[in-house]
Design a protein around this ligand. Sequence first.
Ligand code: GLY
Length: 379
Amino acid sequence: MPLTDVVIVGGGVIGLSTAYVLTREGVRTTVLDRRELGREASWAGAGMIAPTSEHVSVHPTVALRSWSARLFSDWSAALLAETGIDNGYRRSGGVDVACNRDEAEALRAAAGRWRAEGVEFERLAYDDIRRVEPALSPSIEVAYYLPDRAQVRNPWHLRALSAAIEGRDATLTPHRAVKGFETSGSRVTAVVTDQGPLPCDCVVVAAGAWSAGVLAELAVTAPTPPVKGQIVLLRPDRPVLKRVVERGSNYLVPRDDGRILVGATEEHVGFDTNVTAQGVLGLLAEALQLCPGLSGATVERCWAGLRPGSIDTRPYIGYAPGFENVIVATGHKRAGLQLSPATAEVVGDLVLRRPPRLDLSPFEVGRQPGQTGDDSFRS
Ligand code: GLY
């Protein structure tokens, strides 16, 4: 008899969120990770959560993002009640800025999509930009205020999820690498680890950039190329910003204590997490261009993480082709944290053999690449 119903391969935010949903439903769950839980992309990111949309979107990633944004508020309250851990969820609001004509045009196009989706926003008049965020550079002429942008503290969120899952008697197993699978026809019967086989009824592969390697053990093809992101933590001598500031793929995320995360690079350099002079130089230059008052801030730390790519801009969420009890949930690239609650809820639907509450066909493993840029928020 299996000791566990479901084995989740990967203890990042997708794996832990899925375990949170499954244990809520009374499913016996084991989470495996090759190292400490949640120490890869989930831990490295800035914890930005894009706004929710009023309207039901035809764009699949928008629907996933919007549902996730709503769930974050509920989950954060539930996690606090269940574990006593504040995950740092704050609806701090955001200001998206443009620094040249091309960026202003891109932002105007994004605002058109926000309007169609029912995302709340306001284009700020030049004088109002500094009224909303006085530290922003006077050279910023175009800015949009997004009151529903939110953030969480990733490590706190991961800790809260782990505590909730453990409190429900699931098994969290760090430092256990997956070596392969035992199969019978179209079913996996056990996950083979470096400490022996784990019999199970169902497997969820949520191993971030390592997912392609895990799935290759089943001869399933789902490319998850690592996309490296470097990030810098600044400590100004007094709080400088209140809201998340985003410019294209770069951002400044102010924490309650005044610290500011400056992110992030997007590099295709394999499984390399070195922090480089070029990467840090670019991020600091960006921070000072947006917010010159940060020039005296202390550089506290720099680090890098590997986001899991996919064949297009969408994650993979669905059955592994050829297997009736292997579910894939990975490839979220920059948006793993912000898409995690809704991803976990629909994976829960698949595990429990309920009709998924979202059309998952655009996220199928083995699909042809979809249109790019079907979400109007990058992070
Ligand atoms: N989620 C932000 C990033 O990946 O840089």
